[in-house]
Design a binder for this molecule. Structure first.
Ligand code: UD1
Length: 418
């Protein structure tokens, strides 16, 4: 499984290219199921989650050619012969559930394993299913699977999401593009990854408007066509490197970023004293010497992203003063805290709130990555600890950060995988 060994205390310096977004490539891969033929996705990150989604599409009958060196995948969806996504593939990655909408739209049926309970919370799929049901599908659950069927074609509907779920918005959107008539998704998620998916669907020939606002309108079409599509940069990877640069007192250029997608993170880091300058597609972090406490509450986009909460916890341990973080999206997303405490952090948890006493130096320790972003938080702590940190269970980190140790080493960090 591997361990990251970090000898911290080195200010990061240089430039790092941000990879294509994990949370954009996964729905884009699922969306290829809506067409028959060869789709090409560009700026694809070489991540474990991408390999899992490719395995899933292959199991459905797609022919996949992933060329990580070129950052490209060709997905030939001419022969989608299977409509079941099995437990082993869905269980390892919740985003696998995103094949349900496209399969249902294309094949009129889909059987997908219910995603298992995830470490960061219960993460149900009720909103996805309510949406499919509104579009005219019959839903049955049993033996750990959800089966959705529609007699003829899905029919457009007006769907109000009780919560702006990213996955439910994407799944329902992908089902609606081949439905008869008009669908409106209200209280839709507005994340940049939703806009990226809608952009891809529109190039396939879909009629989608309003993506990026809380009301998405779709007029269903009979057929969609294969496309070439480039994935947007990963705002969470970028945010993680911004924090790494700030915490180590470094001087780092981030290339291939969309500063607009990072507004909530940039605003909080600036409030904490980080010096950030932005160009059209790059960000420069430097002179982060007197970092101070800030309070954070996670929210759906454009609020502060829950996927940056763990990394921000490490950051605030390092900043001077007492900070408060409130996690509103997932009910069990403070698992990094007990590991950070092993490194000397002073944090108290009260329900969904973490109170952080900052300015206490991290000490190297043996710690465990409990999930993807928790793992990133431990790397950040390890980078500024004065001595050696060993992080185990790093497969979580490989799910969502492309070649993290190579990128950090290129910035001067002493990190190796053993
Ligand atoms: C996506 C991201 C994940 C991010 C999350 C929130 C991908 C592949 N993953 O996950 O990195 O942390 O958005 O920004 O894009 N919920 C329900 N019922 C549902 C669906 C969701 O109650 O049917 C709840 C969840 O339990 C959670 C909240 O809604 O509390 C947000 O979940 P959602 O936005 O759906 O996250 P994901 O799409 O799973």
């Amino acid at each position: 499984m591997g361990v990251f060994v970090i000898d911290g205390g080195i200010p990061l310096k240089g430039s790092v290219r941000i990879s294509g977004a994990k949370n954009a490539i996964l729905p884009s891969l699922a969306a290829c199921l809506l067409t028959e033929g060869k789709n090409v996705l560009k700026d694809v990150p070489d991540l474990e989650d991408v390999h899992t989604m490719c395995d899933l599409l292959t199991s459905l009958g797609a022919d996949i050619d992933f060329r990580p060196q070129e950052k490209e995948i060709t997905i030939d969806t001419t022969n989608i012969t299977v409509h079941t996504a099995t437990y082993d593939l869905v269980n390892t990655m919740r985003a696998s559930f995103l094949v349900m909408g496209p399969l249902l739209a294309r094949k009129g049926m889909a059987k997908v394993s219910l995603p298992g309970g995830c470490a960061i919370g219960s993460r149900p799929v009720d909103l996805h299913l309510k949406g499919f049901s509104s579009l005219g599908a019959t839903i049955n659950t049993g033996h750990g699977y959800v089966e959705a069927k529609v007699k003829d074609k899905l029919s457009g509907a007006r769907i109000y999401l009780d919560f702006p779920s990213v996955g439910a918005t994407e799944n329902i959107l992908m089902a609606a593009v081949l439905a008869k008539g008009q669908t409106t998704i209200e209280n839709a998620a507005t994340e940049p990854e939703i806009i990226d998916l809608a952009t891809m669907l529109v190039s396939m020939g879909a009629n989608v408007s309003g993506a990026g606002t809380d009301t998405i309108r779709v007029i269903g079409t009979d057929k969609l066509y294969p496309v070439e599509h480039s994935i947007i940069p990963d705002r969470i990877e970028a945010g993680t490197y911004m924090i790494a640069a700030a915490m180590t007192g470094g001087d780092v250029f981030l290339e291939n970023v969309m500063p607009d997608h990072l507004k909530p993170v940039t605003a909080k880091l600036r409030e904490a004293g980080v010096e950030i300058s932005e160009e059209l597609t790059s960000i420069h972090i430097r002179n982060s010497r007197h970092l101070k406490a800030v309070d954070i509450k996670t929210h759906p986009h454009p609020g502060f992203p829950t996927d940056m909460q763990a990394q921000m916890t490490s950051f605030l341990c390092h900043a001077e003063g007492t900070s408060m973080i409130v996690e509103t999206i997932f009910e069990n997303r403070f698992m990094h805290v007990s590991e950070l405490k092993r490194m000397g952090a002073r944090i108290k948890i009260d329900g969904r709130t973490a109170i952080i006493e900052g300015g206490v130096p991290f000490m190297g320790a043996q710690v465990r990555a409990t999930d993807l972003r928790a793992g990133a938080a431990l790397i950040l702590a390890g980078l500024c600890a004065k001595d050696r940190t060993e992080i185990s269970d790093i497969y979580h980190i490989d799910r969502g950060y492309e070649k993290m140790e190579e990128k950090l080493r290129a910035l001067g960090a002493r990190i190796k995988r053993t």
